[in-house]
Design a protein around this ligand. Structure first.
Ligand code: F6P
Length: 343
């Protein structure tokens, strides 16, 4: 059997470990041939690939980023729900002599995997995203690393914030789901964690910050990039909800508003891609390796149209259709737990 592997979407710590796990099982144990396309679908379109065998994946587990590269280049024209023409795609797939695909990616990639599978292209999904917002799996590799980095940032911001009696606002990633902000905020004891799923008013945020100050402490506010103030759309583009030119990310909009409202000196930090870079945590290395191994076994069993999901402590193959179509967002009871520390 010949498998093609590629990574699509933003990178996520653990992608190399997942490739290594898949190769060790698929090539060494099952006797498959594996090739990896460079920079996602670009490599597939342009014939840019490398052979993947044991020497090619040696020492990969602790390595951040991904040796194959990744991109957001689409595999075919057309959007989900639209009629798509796969004739060019199929011709290329046949020319490579592939028997199946292992697709490593987040929501967009697993949606593509599901479409390909529905159109008869043998495909298995390996879920990754630091955002942890994929349904049908408890955790995606990369998330634990991102949370660890964000929690460390909170710890560091807290000491400088305390020294200056400032309110420190930390923006973390999370466009549609606030898992990183929730976990990092809880780990770091943030006094406010703001998630896309739960809009809060500026008055409420300032009340929390003020009550912390009244107890003689300085506040640490962690905010997911997708958070919107209730009643005032703080947006990444154009004008903020108060009609002023956009100042930057949500933290850079929020910090001056908090300062103006409370009189407490406030600083914004945007963590950005720092939280996606560097070596994966041990948890992510293990999860990614096991995900790769499970995907290789699923290919042997010809369980196409499935995704390797973590459920409890088991990697289970679930239908791709269960993973796509709806984001896994933070439920109200988890937000209520975080809120216990607010203010
Ligand atoms: O989906 C993962 C993610 O890290 C989001 O949290 C974030 O909005 C986005 O990727 C950033 O993408 P890019 O690296 O293309 O700027």
């Amino acid at each position: 059997m010949k498998l093609g592997v590629l990574c699509s979407g933003g990178d996520s710590p653990g992608m190399n470990a997942a490739i290594r796990g898949a190769v060790l099982r698929a090539v060494d144990v099952h006797g498959f041939e594996m090739i990896g396309f460079m920079d996602g679908w670009r490599g597939f379109h342009e014939g840019d690939w490398i052979a993947l065998d044991r020497p090619a994946v040696r020492g990969l587990s602790p390595l951040g980023g991904v040796i194959l590269g990744t991109s957001r280049v689409p595999p075919f024209a057309g959007r989900p729900g639209e009629e798509i023409d796969l004739s060019d795609f199929r011709a290329r797939y046949d020319a490579y002599g592939l028997d199946g695909f292992l697709l490593i990616g987040g929501n967009g990639t697993q949606t593509v995997a599901s479409i390909l599978s529905d159109h008869g292209v043998p495909t298995i999904g390996l879920p990754k995203t630091i955002d942890n917002d994929l349904s049908a799996t408890d955790y995606t590799f990369g998330f634990d690393t991102a949370v660890s980095i964000a929690a460390e940032a909170i710890d560091r911001l807290r000491t400088t914030g305390d020294s200056h009696r400032r309110c420190m606002v930390l923006e973390v990633m999370g466009r549609d789901a606030g898992w990183i902000a929730l976990h990092a905020g809880m780990a770091g004891g943030a006094q406010v964690s703001l998630l896309p799923e739960f809009p809060e008013t500026l008055e409420q945020v300032c009340e929390w910050v003020t009550s912390v100050r009244d107890r003689g402490r300085s506040s640490l506010v962690v905010v997911a990039e997708g958070f919107r103030l209730d009643g005032a759309a703080v947006t990444r583009e154009g004008l903020d909800g108060f009609g002023r030119p956009r100042l930057g990310g949500v933290a850079e909009v929020l910090a001056p508003l908090i300062e103006a409202e409370t009189g407490i000196e406030t600083r914004a930090t945007v963590l950005g891609h720092v939280q996606r870079g560097g070596s994966p945590t041990a948890f992510d290395r293990v999860l990614a390796t096991r995900t790769g191994i499970a995907a290789a076994d699923a290919a042997l069993a010809e369980s196409w149209g499935t995704m390797a999901a973590l459920q409890g402590d088991q990697i289970t193959m679930v239908p791709l259709a269960d993973a796509v179509g709806r984001l896994k967002t933070v439920p109200a009871d988890r937000y209520a737990e975080a809120r216990l520390n607010f203010g």
